[in-house]
Design a protein around this ligand. Structure first.
Ligand SMILES: [Zn+2]
Length: 317
């Protein structure tokens, strides 16, 4: 079971997370000017999120250090978000991953030809790798979560690397690269996007998806959570890709921050989205805490998350 201190640190509303962090400049454009967009997260815990005044990329402030993020993933993430526990990923997660992998493979079908080289960066439990291989592709995954990569190797018999530095693959190596809900977790998404772009063939396609911070139908604070150190909307996601020499592919479907990109030789231009940060500060403005508490909208999500953590605690003993 997680300790009482663990519950206090990670579930008690109106208290901060156990980390110090350090201020950073914008990972996308390098600006230090910011606008505050949130002071709490989906648990009503204190967590400050700021948008870059120049380009609108949202980030956690202060940014957790690499060590603090590593510590969080090693100790808290499992119980917090039930992404893994002893014995492998939970069934409901596998079901969702399988549906999502089928959708992604259908979307990319024109490029998933026999012999095509495919990389899934953040391959999780391996469903997309299995789907690509079923179409005759040479598929390889990168997945730092050991429970997940072990599951993928064992159940899908796919090749998964724990990590991949710049020189792990030659430039222009892959026909298809996909990265599904990874870039919001990274301290340095711009460098990773450039690396993926470099590994892509000149006529290759890159599927990239992250949560859309501007999605409607959720209370604004529900969009923020400690594991997501960067937040994107359509404009900032495209700008991150643009910096890496990529543009949305006109032949493919897109929805907000689920996009298929292709390479371009056109110059990058200015890394800016004028007025976006101010717009996000308005759009993501939280309901006042008192009104939110009275509404009772927090009760069910909190029960659900605590139940998950308790289940995970039992399961991992
Ligand atoms: Zn910026």
């Amino acid at each position: 079971m997680p300790s009482p201190r663990y519950f206090f640190n990670h579930f008690m509303p109106f208290t901060g997370y156990p980390y110090k962090g350090a201020p950073t400049v914008c990972n996308l454009c390098g600006s230090g000017e910011t606008v505050t967009v949130a002071e709490t997260d989906r648990r009503l815990k204190t967590l400050k999120s700021i948008a870059c005044a120049q380009c609108g990329l949202i980030r956690t402030d202060p940014m957790p250090t690499p060590d603090e993020l590593a510590h969080y993933y090693a100790h808290a993430y499992r119980a917090d978000y039930q992404l893994a526990f002893a014995g492998g990923p939970p069934r409901h997660h596998l079901n969702r991953s399988a549906r999502e992998a089928t959708f992604r493979a259908d979307l990319l079908a024109p490029k998933l030809k026999p012999g095509a080289r495919v990389l899934d960066f953040g391959s999780g439990s391996g469903e997309f790798l299995a789907a690509a291989r079923a179409k005759g592709c040479e598929a390889v995954g990168v997945e730092p979560g050991r429970d997940y990569s072990a599951y993928a190797r064992e159940h899908h018999k796919v090749e998964v690397l724990d990590d991949a530095d710049d020189d792990r693959f030659p430039a222009g190596h892959f026909d298809v690269i996909s990265t599904h809900h990874v870039l919001e977790h990274l301290r340095d998404p711009a460098v990773v996007m450039e690396r993926l772009s470099r590994w892509l063939k000149p006529d290759g396609v890159l599927y990239a998806a992250v949560p859309n911070m501007a999605a409607t139908g959720k209370p604004p604070h529900e969009r923020f959570h400690f594991a997501h150190v960067h937040g994107y909307v359509r404009e900032t996601f495209d700008l991150l890709a643009r910096r890496a020499g990529l543009v949305p592919h006109p032949d493919y479907w897109r929805e907000d921050t689920t996009v298929i990109y292709r390479k371009t030789d056109a110059p990058v231009g200015e890394l800016a989205n004028p007025g976006l940060a101010q717009r996000l500060a308005v759009d993501l403005k939280p309901m006042p805490a008192a009104a939110y508490l009275v509404s009772g909208a927090w009760i069910w999500p909190m029960i659900r998350r605590n139940a998950k953590a308790v289940r995970d605690g039992f399961a991992s003993r």
